[in-house]
Write a protein that binds this ligand. Structure first.
Ligand code: HEM
Length: 804
């Protein structure tokens, strides 16, 4: 942003000496300071300089423009004072000390805007102190009147410690309470000036720092990472024109169409209010009661009942802006935009049985995965893409782009990649950064704007509103993780926890006493897209007709899934609705699903013991929908297998005494590909290989069950294989890996473990199981690496579940 320009000064008619004589130094001190004649001089200079400034504004120069072209707001006309004292709060500002600072005024600068370094603390070589910096002599004992006497009220050290502790918790987010975050950067692929003036998209290769928080929605702050739920995907771009928050989810649609229903949705989905159960789950009556009465939810239910709701990792899920936004270019032309994040590692999910077991084995599964991947240098990477939609195209679609329950199929409008994001640094402190970060859809930068989506309108209000409570007042934007890298200057001051010390006495605009600063940015600033209003539109509460089609895209989603994905959706509906206690709610849901796909509805009904199919729910849209696309490959998780690497995959290698000496080579081969091999045994310590070498065990089977690994290796070695065949934990491990469709490498004598566990050597069709590699040598390891790259082998998974 431009600095204050120097205007040609307006000359006072009076001589400077007479102006100084007129100046009355009453503002910041006694009327007649008598001792320090310099002070008198400075006070008078200050007042004269103020008067000089004020004279530059015979009238408010911006006023006439208020009635001119609203799309060309004028830029303020600041005047730089000849004497910096003119805008100072005090003539003593040049007094310096370790506390007040250098004594040089920070003219034109907000010194609180600086990298996070300034806020980091490290106690190396430092003694313990109180919050006031007083060294603490004894951190073990409270102050007492005698060794066995009562503790004393005057013990300020104890009281400060306990008082701070008493207030360590802040309210958790009302939704998305459970989350994990990382720092990184966004890199622009090519200049996008034709469609947006946003500075972060201005140049090829331009990098913008980001902070990204992934989350679940329903669970509380301490809940498990792997419930069936939507995942938040919130990105804060610290651009050079201010912060832009793209607050998205891992699914491109939403449950409701209007913000008016958000509190109802969340109340219905959260634990039931009478007994606060269940935690982090929609599998209960109130959610499905609401869902079965809100047919617009149907499309979103297809997504939440799919494996998208149980991602393998934050690194393997997509992100979407969900609401339709706008890009606006320098000329003021606008297009609708849908945002997509695509993970370089591909889209991969857990299977339900595994997700349930992980909740017990490692409730921090996703948090740990993100943290460890970044610590290991396997930086998560996502590509940002946009669907660019003109007003005319949107008008012709069979659905409404303002309806957040609808996607724009990629076959209709392809996704154009515009940049990549890399997460390359973990936060230093969870509370200071991940907990205190405040995302908000209202935070946009010039070049990005809102559509009229009525859900988005509510969001624009909601985030800041809730954060005022959650973060204790209106100044949470100054919390280091929230403050931008761009300069901040305005007249919004005071309020709880104000950190900025604003110089000067001016906190309003227009002003002349601060030379008109901070001045209105005019066309440099954010100008809302002047969307034309539809003539004859009245102020109403209602919905446009295209919002009434509740089923066409739900059908599109379901029919675009592979058979195994469809089966998982059926299973999920059965699971959730089986947990519903009220039969009528189950019936209503089946009646709704009949409008999506009869086979789906019948399969769900069958699982619920509903033999007489109900009447389908009435449709709100009587006209037959004419969708542009009836099948979209992009909607299947398998459409994005990823970059084919096995980076970051956790692979268990189970050992026992007598294990084949090759075991360490196998580990090295896997690690060379970026995987994380973990040697597992019955207990910590070492085992002896058949070659007489000692092999170190990294974790025991007690703490590292199958579900926390992506693949497993059973190395050869006669004695080891014989021992493992008798070990219940190993057999259970193998069965789970098989059931969850994970790659398994079995070498040499270890085939007997397979047999003992009852794992079939081939698929039920008789075909070879591509995820089960049985062999002896290096070729088998190569085949296994390929199988791991494919992630899962769902060929095993088709219903009915094979008995293992
Ligand atoms: C009218 C609809 C919605 C309302 C009123 C709403 C409101 C909220 C509120 C109050 C929070 C907690 C914020 C905080 O305490 O910092 C939140 C968090 C969040 N919301 Fe929404 N939300 C809505 C819809 C959506 C939609 C459609 C999406 C996805 C595009 C979404 C994504 C998120 C995410 C990712 C977070 C967590 C941000 C973080 O990591 O701190 N919300 N929402």
């Amino acid at each position: 942003m431009a600095k204050a320009k120097k205007r040609a000064p307006q000359k006072s008619q009076k001589k400077p000496s007479s102006r100084r004589a007129e100046a009355k130094p009453t503002v910041s001190g006694p009327q007649r300071p008598s001792v320090d004649l310099d002070a008198v001089d400075r006070l008078e200079s200050k007042m004269a300089a103020s008067d000089d400034l004020a004279r530059q504004f015979p009238f408010n120069p911006l006023k006439p423009a208020e009635f001119a072209d609203p799309l060309s707001p004028p830029e303020g006309e600041p005047y730089e004072p000849g004497d910096p004292l003119a805008t100072a709060s005090t003539i003593t500002e040049m007094v310096s000390s370790d506390k007040v600072g250098s004594g040089s005024p920070p003219v034109g600068n907000n010194m609180t805007i600086h990298p996070l370094d300034h806020h980091r603390a490290d106690p190396a070589g430092r003694p313990l102190t109180t919050n006031q910096g007083v060294p603490i002599s004894d951190n073990q004992n409270s102050l007492k009147a005698g060794l066995r006497g009562p503790a004393l009220w005057e013990d300020f050290v104890l009281r400060e410690k306990i008082t701070h502790f008493d207030h360590e918790r802040i309210p958790e987010r009302v939704v998305h309470a459970r989350g994990s975050a990382a720092h990184g950067f966004f890199e622009c692929y090519e200049p996008l000036g034709k469609i947006t003036r946003a500075s972060l998209f201005a140049e090829k290769g331009k990098r913008t720092p980001v902070f990204v928080r992934f989350s679940t929605v329903i669970g509380e702050r301490g809940s498990t990472d792997t419930p069936r739920d939507v995942r938040g995907f919130a990105v804060k771009f610290y651009t050079d024109e201010g912060n832009w928050d793209l607050v998205g989810n891992n699914m491109p649609v939403f449950f409701i169409q209007d913000a008016m229903k958000f509190p109802d949705l969340v109340h219905a989905a959260k634990p039931e209010p009478h007994h606060q159960m269940p935690q982090a789950a929609t599998a209960h009556d109130t959610f499905w009661d609401f869902a079965s009465l809100m047919p617009e939810i149907t499309h979103m239910l297809m997504w939440t009942m799919s494996d998208r709701a149980i991602p393998r990792s934050y690194r393997t899920m997509q992100g979407f802006g969900v609401n339709t936004y706008r890009f606006v270019n320098e000329r003021g032309d606008s297009v609708f935009i849908k945002f997509h994040w695509n993970p370089a590692a591909g889209t991969h999910s857990l299977v339900w049985d595994e997700a349930v077991k992980i909740s017990g084995a490692d409730p921090d599964f996703h948090r740990r995965d993100l943290w460890e991947a970044i610590e290991a240098g396997a930086f998560p990477e996502y590509e940002l893409g946009v669907q660019i939609i003109t007003e005319e195209q949107a008008e012709r679609f069979s659905f409404d782009v303002l309806d957040a329950t609808k996607i724009v199929p990629e076959e209709l409008i392809p996704v154009r990649p515009i940049g990549r994001m890399v997460l390359n640094r973990n936060p230093d402190n969870f509370f200071a950064e991940t907990e205190q970060v405040a995302f908000c859809t209202a935070q946009v930068v010039p070049g990005v704007d809102f559509s009229n989506d009525p859900l988005l309108a509510g969001r624009i209000h909601s985030y800041v509103d809730t954060q005022i409570t959650r973060l204790g007042g209106p100044n949470f934007h100054q919390i280091p993780i929230n403050s931008p890298v761009a300069q901040v200057h305005n007249n919004t001051r005071e309020g709880l926890h104000q950190h900025t010390i604003h110089r000067g006495r001016v906190n309003y605009e227009p002003n002349s006493l601060a030379g008109g600063c901070p001045f209105q940015a005019g066309k440099m600033g954010f100008i809302s897209f002047p969307e034309p209003r539809v003539r004859d539109d009245h102020k109403v509460r209602g919905k446009p007709e295209r919002f009434a089609d509740h089923y066409t895209q739900a059908t599109l989603f379901y029919r675009s899934q592979t058979p195994v994905e469809q089966q998982h959706i059926i299973n999920a509906f059965r699971f959730e609705l089986t947990k519903v206690q009220t039969p009528m709610i189950r019936e209503r849901m089946v009646a709704g699903l009949m409008n999506v796909d009869m086979a789906l509805a019948t399969a769900v009904a069958e699982g619920l013991g509903i033999t007489d199919m109900p009447e389908p729910l009435p449709k709100m849209l009587q006209k037959k929908a004419r969708p542009e696309v009836t099948e979209s490959r992009a909607l299947s998780l398998f459409a994005r297998p990823g970059d084919g690497s096995i980076r970051g995959r956790r692979i268990a290698i189970i050992v026992a005494d007598g294990v084949s000496g090759e075991v360490e080579d196998i580990g090295e081969q896997l690690a060379a590909q970026g995987a994380v091999p973990v040697i597992l045994g019955s207990r910590l310590g070492r085992v002896k290989s058949d070659a007489g070498k000692l092999v170190e065990i990294s974790a025991s089977l007690d703490v590292a069950p199958a579900v926390v690994f992506d693949a497993m290796v059973l190395p050869g070695g006669d004695a080891a294989a014989a021992a493992m065949s008798k070990n219940g934990r190993v057999l259970e491990f193998l069965k789970d890996q098989y059931r969850h469709c994970k790659p398994i490498l079995v070498l040499g004598a270890a085939t007997q473990v397979l047999e003992k566990a009852g794992v079939p050597a081939a698929l039920s069709s008789g075909k070879a199981d591509p995820g089960l590699i049985v062999g002896k040598d290096g070729a088998a390891v190569d085949a296994f690496i390929n199988a791991v790259a494919k992630h899962r082998h769902y060929e095993r998974d088709l219903e009915p579940e094979p008995v293992v």
